[in-house]
Every structure is written in structure tokens, then in C-alpha cells.
Design a protein around this ligand. Structure first.
Ligand code: R5P
Length: 313
């Protein structure tokens, strides 16, 4: 087995390599003067089982293209099997036609990855479960939930946990929220969110009784932070005791950090599926939990033809 990292999230790749106790294979990734990407794998990979780690986070197009070019290099170097480890699968929010003459970009990206020559995909918390079916190659969609469950148990005392209420920031996230609430035997509430236009969100109603509760907003993506910060304000206005958030993918486009800093949220916990800039690392209200153990164990199981679903009980 060999582990290779693109440039999108070297920190996570190194942590996965530490978990598996194998070094990252040396690769050169450079730019021509016109910004085209050049890659060279510096070690023999003939007949190897390759795990190529590259989330398609911002700049999404560059990271995606780099992933495809690395896959092409591996195919041409006679790797036996290539697993694209894409901890954050970008373009996932365009997963259906939202109007006439619009694309389904999630399907297009899935096609690109398999046509480039990947044999398998390993990812975390796809925006919608059915995107798994967009790939015509085996795709393992890991749940970030166990990472968060451990953290919530550490952060909330037994007494505080009795007041926990898991909140879905929109109707699309109800199934995901119900699943984590079940682990704590806790109730859920739902925020009725509307998007008057792309990139803007408005809270219409809160479904459920949030007064006096320690609310945890649970979602797969925080992008501009509008959804989360508006939801936190509405929960506080309805008498919530505390509001924090657990979000798998910290996309955190501007002005997310500023919004979080000024918001009613006590803390936003994200994972390391996306490598964060210093500005995020410096924000006191944002904390990161690592998915390296989860991904490392899944990689080990895939390499040994063991069950991946057993990871989730
Ligand atoms: C929407 O379906 C997603 O789960 C997130 O709620 C959304 O992408 C967050 O976007 P923003 O942070 O820009 O409001």
C-alpha cells in the first residue's frame, strides 16, 4: 500500500500516514508558467495499492484538476488499484437540476474521477447520501459522527448532556441530526430556513421547544456562516441556554470567520477534511477535530478487504 498526497490537505495526509505508520510517497507537483499543473511520482508504484488523498476544497477547480492529473500519472505508472481519498467532495451542493438549463455538477465530477482512472472513492459526509450512486465505482462514504460523539462526551458534563438538544439548521439535515441525537437519547429541533437568493439565508420558524436547552447545531457544511449564525440568533431569541455547532466540512468562505466571531455561538467545531488558513486557526470560537484516525482505519480496512461499515457499529 502507498499513500500519496496532493497539495490540498497535506496536514491531514501526514496525520493519516502517522496513523498507518507508513511514509507519504514522494511526489513533485509544480506549475508551468501558464499555471498548467505538472506532477511526477518520484517512486515506483507499479502493482501498488494506492490511496491518493486530495479534498476538492477551495480553490476547487485547481484541486480537482490536480487530483485528476495525479490519477492519470498513477494509471500510466501501472498502479494496480487507485483509491481517490476525497475527504471533502466539492461541487456536491449542485446535486440536482435546480431549474431549466442548469448542470448537475456533482455527477460531472464523479464521472471525471472515475474516467481519469480511479478504481474506488473514499469520502466523508457527502452532502447528500445519494451522491454515492453518482459514482460507477465502489464508493465508501464515512460518517464524521463518531468523531463528534467522542468530542461532545468530553465537552459536556453528564449534567449538561441531560439538557442537550440537537438542531438541524434546515429541513435537509433532519435525518443526519436525528441520527446523532439518537446516540445521546436527546431530542431534536428544526430550523425552517429559506434562501431568498443564493448565498443568503433567513430563519422563518423554529420547530421544537428550545428554551433552557444546550443546543447543538449539526450540519455537513459551513460556508459563508449565514445559515449557522442566523440559526444561533433565532435559538437564543427563543430562550436557548447555549448554542454551539458541530459541522463536518469547514468551507468557511468570507465573511464566515467574522460572522462566527460576532455571533451568539459559543463554539463551532469542524473537522480537518479541509485544510484551514491561519485566520481560521487564530479564531478562538473555531476548534478542529481530526478525522485522521477514522480515515486511516478505513484505508487499512479497504487495503485488507475488511468491512468498512463495521467502523460504525
Ligand atoms: C445546505 O444545504 C448546507 O447543509 C449548509 O447548511 C450550507 O451550505 C451552509 O451555507 P452557509 O454557511 O453559506 O449559509
Amino acid at each position: 500500500m502507498k499513500l500519496i498526497s496532493g497539495t490540498a490537505n497535506n496536514d491531514l495526509a501526514k496525520s493519516i500516514a502517522d496513523v498507518l505508520d507508513i511514509p507519504l510517497t514522494s511526489v513533485e507537483i509544480e506549475r508551468f508558467r501558464d499555471q498548467e499543473i505538472f506532477v511526477r511520482i518520484n517512486e515506483n508504484v507499479r502493482g501498488e495499492d494506492i490511496f491518493l488523498i486530495q479534498p476538492t476544497s477551495a480553490p476547487a477547480n485547481d484541486h480537482l484538476m490536480e487530483l485528476l492529473i495525479l490519477i492519470d500519472a498513477l494509471v500510466r505508472a501501472s498502479a494496480q488499484r487507485i483509491t481517490a481519498v476525497v475527504p471533502y467532495f466539492g461541487y456536491a451542493r449542485q446535486d440536482r437540476k435546480t431549474g431549466g438549463r442548469t448542470p448537475i455538477s456533482a455527477k460531472l465530477v464523479a464521472n471525471l474521477i472515475s474516467k481519469a482512472g480511479a478504481h474506488r472513492v473514499l469520502t466523508v459526509d457527502l452532502h447528500a447520501g445519494q451522491i454515492q450512486g453518482f459514482f460507477d465505482i465502489p464508493t465508501d462514504n464515512l460518517f464524521g459522527q463518531p468523531v463528534f460523539i467522542t468530542d461532545i462526551r468530553e465537552q459536556f458534563s453528564k449534567k449538561d448532556r441531560s439538557k442537550l438538544l440537537f438542531v438541524s439548521p434546515d429541513t435537509g439535515g433532519v435525518v443526519r441530526t436525528r441520527a446523532i441525537a439518537k446516540q445521546f437519547d436527546a431530542d431534536i429541533a428544526i430550523v425552517d430556513k429559506r434562501r431568498p437568493k443564493a448565498g443568503e439565508s433567513e430563519v422563518m420558524n423554529i420547530i421544537g421547544d428550545v428554551a433552557g436547552r444546550n443546543c447543538i447545531l449539526y450540519d455537513d457544511i459551513i460556508d459563508s456562516g449565514g445559515t449557522l449564525c442566523n440559526a444561533a440568533k433565532a435559538l437564543k431569541d427563543h430562550g436557548a441556554n447555549t448554542v454551539s455547532a458541530y459541522i463536518t466540512h469547514g468551507v468557511l468562505s468570507d465573511p464566515a470567520v467574522e460572522r462566527i466571531t460576532k455571533s451568539e455561538l459559543t463554539e463551532v467545531v469542524i473537522t480537518d477534511t479541509i485544510m484551514q488558513p491561519q485566520k481560521v486557526k487564530d479564531c478562538d470560537k473555531i476548534r478542529e477535530c481530526s478525522t485522521a484516525k477514522l480515515l486511516g482505519e478505513a484505508i487499512r480496512r479497504i487495503a485488507n478487504d475488511e468491512s468498512v461499515s463495521k467502523l460504525f457499529g
